[in-house]
Each structure stands twice: as C-alpha cells, then as structure tokens.
Design a binder for this molecule. Structure first.
Ligand code: GAR
Length: 204
C-alpha cells in the first residue's frame, strides 16, 4: 500500500504536528509528512519541522495582495509535492475556496470543542464561560464555513467543578494527540467515506 502524502498547516506550538510526526516514526501511521505550511516565522512548530527534517513553506500574509494570492501560492506547493491529505493543526487563518474546492474531502481540521458548539477562537474558554459540563475535541472536514464541515470523530472531556482553562486545555490536547493520528490512519486505510454531510467510518 502506498503511503499517504500529508501536509500540515499550523501557526503556533505544533503539538499536533509533533504527534503526527511521532506516530509516523513509531510505525503507527502509514503516511509521509511532506510539508509544513506556516504563517508565523517565530512559531515553535517551525523548529519542530526542522528537527524532524520536514520541508516548511513559511509565508508572510502581509507580503501578498490578498488571501487568494497566498492561498494560490500554497496550492502550488501542495500540487508540486503531490499532497493527498491536508491537515490543519492550529492553523489560525480562514481557508477559502481557493484551497477548499480542490481539496474538499481531503482537507481536515481539529477543533477543541464538541462542534457545532463553540466554533471559532478560544473554544475552551467559550465552553467554560457558557458553563457546559462537558466539552471535547472534533475532527472534521473543512468546508467554506467556520468549523462547519462534516464531522469525522469526536471525543468528550468533562469539565469538573472549579477547573481552570489550563487544566481543560491539557486534557483536550492529550486527547487531540491520540485522536488526530488515529483519524489520519483511517484515511490511510481507506476507512472514511463522506456521503452528503454524513461521514461513515468502516471499522470492520
Ligand atoms: C489545538 O488545541 C487545536 O485544536 C486548536 O489549536 C490548538 C493548536 O495546538 N485549534 C483551533 O482552535 C482551531 N480553531 P498545537 O499548535 O499545539 O497543535
């Protein structure tokens, strides 16, 4: 079986990027990490890519006329590297049809809430402020909306009395580091089918 060629888009720390790289190295993920796409030169994820020997496409959004211009450049990079699956992991920018249309069904995101609750920024803080007793993690396909695409997998995290945002963030990120490599491996094994907006996972 051919290995799936991945690109990760990230803006910050890159713990999800690291989890994917580690899962490949440990033989749990039948994929290759071909490219990191990053919009912030000082991000920790850039260092992680360097250490892992992964090519990085680093861009400065302000140096482009508009979003379409830099997304066209990203698309060129993805096509040159024949990327099969685009994985957003803490990429803090909106993605538009320039990338969504050619990659629909092969473009996924991880979000720190049980969508459709609490889309957008600061999702963990939003859940705490709202007073929900459970939050969690969602992996979903990316469509044109803000965290609105078809849901692939979700895991719940309890919000116990008195916990702080940092505690919940730690629990959420622990689950993310397990769930994301698992979902990508389902892609590698051809287990994921998208029909309209319903995602079917073949566990047989
Ligand atoms: C992750 O918790 C991810 O779910 C979140 O950013 C964090 C990135 O962490 N993404 C979003 O909030 C997207 N709306 P990482 O850089 O350590 O992987």
């Amino acid at each position: 079986m051919e290995r799936l060629r991945m690109a990760v888009f990230a803006t910050g720390n890159g713990s999800n990027f690291q989890a994917l790289v580690d899962a490949i190295q440990e033989g749990q993920l039948h994929a290759t990490m071909e490219l990191l796409v990053c919009d912030r030169p000082t991000a920790k994820v850039v260092e992680r890519a360097e250490q892992a020997g992964v090519d990085t496409f680093l861009f400065h959004p302000k140096q482009y006329a508009n979003r379409e211009a830099y997304e066209m450049e990203i698309l060129k990079q993805l096509e040159e590297k024949q990327i099969d699956l685009v994985v957003l992991a803490g990429y803090m920018r909106i993605i538009t049809e320039t990338l969504v249309t050619p990659y629909y069904g092969r473009l996924i995101n991880i979000h720190p809430s049980l969508l459709p609750a609490f889309p957008g920024k600061d999702a963990i803080q939003q859940a705490l402020d709202y007073g929900t007793k459970v939050t969690g993690v969602t992996v979903h396909f990316v469509d044109g909306g803000m965290d609105t695409g078809p849901i692939i997998a979700q895991r719940a995290v309890a919000i116990d009395e008195g916990v702080q945002v940092d505690d919940v963030t730690q629990s959420v990120q622990r689950i993310e580091r397990e769930l994301y490599p698992q979902v990508v491996q389902w892609f590698c094994e051809g287990r994921i089918q998208l029909i309209d907006r319903i995602v079917h996972i073949n566990h047989s």
